[in-house]
Design a protein around this ligand. Structure first.
Ligand code: FE2
Length: 454
């Protein structure tokens, strides 16, 4: 992580942390190391299409260089695992603790986040050497532990898995922005699907009432998903799919970016200040809207979910449509009632398109489509602690809790979310203005007055 309230790592990526997840007792040394190699290897797989130059650029303050992500997740294992458990611990390089600490105040001073792109040494190759050193030491450590010491280290290692997965998603979001700034429009990887048209949007009626929200206790979760608690939900409806690019084109054609009555005041001000007139990666050429993706720049596909819109834009769209955004409690409860508390289906870790896809039928026995993957879904819920939340003691307590201000909760995961990293209770968070994340919109209705603000 990282961040100030506005920084990306602060967002989700670094938003989570660990804790409470049971799970430590479910691993043995062999399965732990197998998973360690999978997670570490996936990061290198994602970096493989990128040159050392690609991996060095920081195209805006919210973006971190690829090689920084690769080093920082390594620093995380070195700092929170090896420094704690390794006999005669010594850091790989003293200065790396300064360079690759993201936002942990308790661990001392760190390098300026907006200046990460100025660091040319260590280069991408040397970061690989650092990764290899820490990987070897983690393997040696796990092989040397048993009983209670292994169980204690396992909790940290499991957190390190989920932390690195958060950065895998960020790495791709950041590379997308880096490549978007190049007028040659280079392609990261992947292919384009045949263009499509959106199908009808259906609605799922939920009775509401006194329900339970939050992680139920089995398996890993971040501390911000706890404690499980009760919420009262009025009866509501939630859309069965995400808002499409085709619907967003209608929103634009109705001059919605020029109509302040549809927008939150802060959103209207930000839209004027930054000249918003379309989603973040859209550009108009000879009357045709194009979209930059990791697999190239193409005409906007009407059948795909709209992506890279801010919370402000999502809210304005809902207002224009006479609907609203769901609360995070409504989203989570609807997903559970629909039988999708586990991410058994969804466009996650899309290594073919690196992009959202058109809605497909819901899993057997369910109604809601595109619950997991495609786009992180904005909610109307501010990112606040659940009743009774307590951050863990020590530096690791900075993982999530200190970002619970001025950010909004998103649910569901996106096409760049790694496998095994999505669940009904997962709380991602970004500032309202954020557009660089792979974020989209699901509408809700009922429960609260719809479209009243306009
Ligand atoms: Fe991090």
């Amino acid at each position: 992580m990282s961040t100030t309230a506005a920084a990306p790592e602060s967002h989700l990526a670094e938003a989570g942390h660990a804790s409470a997840g049971p799970g430590a007792g479910e691993w043995d040394a062999a399965s732990l190391l197998r998973r360690f190699d999978e997670v570490r290897g996936h990061t290198e797989l994602l970096a493989a299409p990128l040159s050392p130059e690609d991996q060095t650029v920081q195209s805006m303050p919210d973006v971190s260089p690829t090689k920084w992500h690769r080093a920082h997740v390594t620093w995380f294992f070195e700092t929170f695992l090896l420094a704690e458990h390794e006999p005669r611990f010594a850091p790989f390089q003293d200065k790396y603790w300064f360079l690759f600490n993201s936002y942990y105040e308790a661990l001392g001073p760190r390098f300026s986040r907006p200046d990460r792109g100025l660091i040319t040494r260590p280069g991408a190759h040397d970061v690989g050497v650092y990764r290899g050193n820490v990987d070897d030491r983690v393997r040696d450590l796990v092989a040397s532990l048993d009983g209670g010491s292994l169980e204690q280290a396992t909790a940290t290692i499991e957190l390190g898995f989920h932390h690195e997965q958060q950065h895998q998603e960020l790495l791709l979001m950041d590379v997308k922005h880096v490549l978007s700034r190049n007028p040659l429009q280079p392609v990261y990887a992947g292919t384009r699907l045949t263009p499509s048209e959106p199908d009808g949007m259906g609605w799922f009626d939920v009775a509401g009432g006194l329900v339970e929200i939050g992680h139920p206790g089995a398996g890993f979760c971040f501390d911000n998903e706890l404690p499980r608690h009760q919420q009262w939900l009025e009866p509501y409806r939630i859309a069965d799919r995400l808002v499409s690019n085709g619907e967003w084109l209608e929103f634009m054609a109705d001059r919605a970016y020029e109509r302040p009555e549809l927008w939150l005041s802060d959103g209207w001000a930000r839209a004027q200040e930054e000249g918003w007139r379309a989603p973040f990666y859209w550009s108009e050429h000879d009357g045709v809207w194009l979209e930059h993706t990791l697999h190239g720049t193409w005409p906007v596909d009407p059948g795909l979910p709209v992506s890279h819109v801010s919370h402000y834009e999502a809210d304005a769209f809902a207002s224009w449509a006479g609907k609203r955004l769901p609360t995070e409690g409504e989203w989570e409860y609807a997903v559970v009632v629909d039988g999708q508390e586990s991410a058994v289906a969804g466009n996650l870790a899309d290594l073919e398109t690196y992009h959202p896809r058109p809605a497909t039928p819901a899993p057997a026995g369910s109604r809601l489509r595109q619950v997991y993957g495609d786009c992180w879904e904005w909610t109307q819920s501010a990112y606040h602690p659940y009743p009774g939340f307590q951050a863990p003691a020590g530096a690791i307590g900075e993982y999530n809790g200190k970002f619970m201000s001025n950010q909004m909760v998103l649910r569901g995961g996106c096409a760049l979310t790694p496998p095994g990293h999505a669940r009904a209770t997962y709380r991602n968070f970004f500032p309202h203005r954020s557009r660089w994340g792979l974020t989209g919109v699901r509408l809700a209705d009922g429960g609260a007055p719809a479209g009243a603000r306009g």
